[in-house]
Design a binder for this molecule. Structure first.
Ligand code: 4AD
Ligand code: MG
Length: 453
């Protein structure tokens, strides 16, 4: 049997005069007098393989000349050096088997470029386009690079629960989970349960046993914000490290961002070049810059001072104590510093109960990383490891201490300074691909009023 090969491998190997089989979908067909050119894509890479199908093939008139975009085919032939410009090899077909037809009258993906908005309306077909296929490959590589980063540094991956009874961020944005028809019965889980907004609290449990852990999974937020950077279901990477303070946390987050971006620059160059050309001009230079530059570090108080000193009119007025809005974050990273900015030491009043309270009596050891085009990409902190202060903070936040007794136990028995952060995976994919809307970087986006498939 002739070897089956993926197009990416064929193009990488640069071998010629071998027989092989490819499986894929037709992108275009062009007929000349004596043969047809077929452009075939199999999803392994952006490039198509050009196939030459001669008139002599037995199904030439009946089938090959009727092929159109979207038809699935299995083609066996000889790989030859190509005389044409822009490609090294071409496949001279011995057989072209049509597996599935795609009626050109109704198939929505025609040769012209479609808008990303239109493609969103056909989320079951959009991965067949160049742009969305490329996003999917870059997303997969970023996921691999994230795991690689942590595994290389001896972190242990922990699968934290999706159904939980604790609202980590305390923002009341949890989707509730119940069994159907539960209304009048005892709750399925004994008490009110919901979809996790963050795996952090459970990651803390494991960090205080295994030292360095990370969780990477889906998280859910019922926040009613229809923006280009929010999803109701998104993925988050959350490391948690024992014997680690805010400085060590910032270093870990910086190293992670630089590692994964330099990985995709190296391993997804063809896909990134497409984005650089059509989606965000200058993307490659931006990513290279982030890998090489030092990130700016400023405190929240310094950020507020800087922002009050600029002439820019903000929708939300700037004063100490406000939560930084996207417009403020983007001003800092895009206009003022033009590089990633780490903002630390936020007012305790705007941050969750678990962040470590500082000696100034006003701020907590929090850090957010802001990047151009996105704003906040990472949110993290050193955690409060002192039992009595944590209890006090929970009282102030109106949190039921009985429900979180297990969390307090971590401070009762062998407590240690520890820290961690959450990196929004879709915001990372947005940053790496230049996609301005977060709905383009997750296969099936879920937003208020929208969850097809
Ligand atoms: O800043 P957040 O809310 O932090 C936490 O959840 C912490 N418990 C993380 C931790 O310390 N382990 O969320 C972290 C990141 C944000 O910086 C952002 O990148 C992303 O998650 N994020 C969202 N991404 C898409 N859609 C949403 N609705 C998001 N909300 C947060
Ligand atoms: Mg945040």
């Amino acid at each position: 049997m002739v070897e089956k090969m993926r197009i990416q491998r064929i193009l990488q190997q640069k071998k010629t005069d071998i027989s092989l089989t490819i499986e894929g979908w037709i992108r275009t067909r062009r007929d000349t007098g004596s043969f047809s050119f077929l452009e075939v894509n199999d999803g392994s890479c952006l490039a198509n393989l050009q196939v030459i199908a001669e008139k002599e093939l037995e199904n030439y008139d009946q089938e090959i000349t009727k092929l159109s975009a979207g038809c699935s085919v299995v083609i066996t032939g000889d790989l030859k050096k190509s005389p044409a410009k822009g490609q090294d090899v071409e496949l001279h077909a011995d057989s072209v088997k049509v597996v599935g037809w795609a009626d050109p009258e109704t198939y929505p993906l025609q040769k012209k470029r479609h808008s990303l908005e239109f493609l969103r309306s056909i989320s079951h077909l959009r991965p067949r386009t160049n742009a969305l296929g490329a996003v999917t490959r870059v997303r997969s590589r970023l996921s691999f690079a994230v795991n690689n980063f942590f595994q290389k540094r001896d972190f242990v991956q922990v699968h934290t629960p999706i159904i939980t009874t604790s609202d980590c961020e305390g923002a009341g944005e949890m989707f509730q989970v119940s069994a159907t028809g539960e209304k009048n019965e005892k709750p399925f889980f004994g008490s009110r349960a919901g979809l996790t907004v963050s795996g952090q609290l459970q990651a803390e449990v494991y960090a205080q046993a295994l030292g360095r852990v990370y969780t990477f999974g889906p998280t859910f937020r019922a926040e009613n914000s229809n923006t280009s950077r929010h999803l109701a279901e998104f993925w988050m990477i959350e490391p948690e490290v024992a014997f680690c303070d805010l400085a060590c946390n910032m270093e870990l987050a910086t190293d992670l961002l630089k590692f994964v971006l330099s990985d995709v620059l190296e391993n997804c160059s063809e896909d990134l070049a497409l984005f650089d050309k059509f989606i965000e001009k200058g993307l490659l230079a931006k990513l290279q810059g982030v890998v090489e530059q030092d990130f700016v570090h400023i405190t929240y108080t310094e950020a507020i001072e800087k922002l009050t000193g600029v002439t820019e009119k903000f929708e939300y007025p700037v004063k100490w104590g406000i939560d930084l809005q996207s417009e403020h974050e983007r001003y800092l990273t895009e206009k003022m510093y033009k590089c990633p900015v780490i903002v630390t030491d936020y007012p305790a009043s705007i941050k969750p109960f678990y962040m470590r309270f500082s000696d100034d009596g006003q701020t907590v050891a929090a850090m957010d990383i802001l990047v151009p085009g996105i704003g906040e990409i990472v949110g993290g902190s050193q955690r409060e490891e002192r039992l009595h202060i944590l209890e006090q903070r929970m009282i102030e936040a109106g949190i039921d201490r009985d429900e979180y007794d297990w969390y307090l136990d971590l401070r009762r028995y062998g407590t240690v300074p520890h820290a961690g952060f959450g990196l929004g995976f879709e915001r990372l994919v947005q940053f790496a691909t230049g996609m301005s809307n977060i709905r383009e970087v997750i296969p099936f986006p879920r937003t208020p009023g929208y969850a097809p498939c």
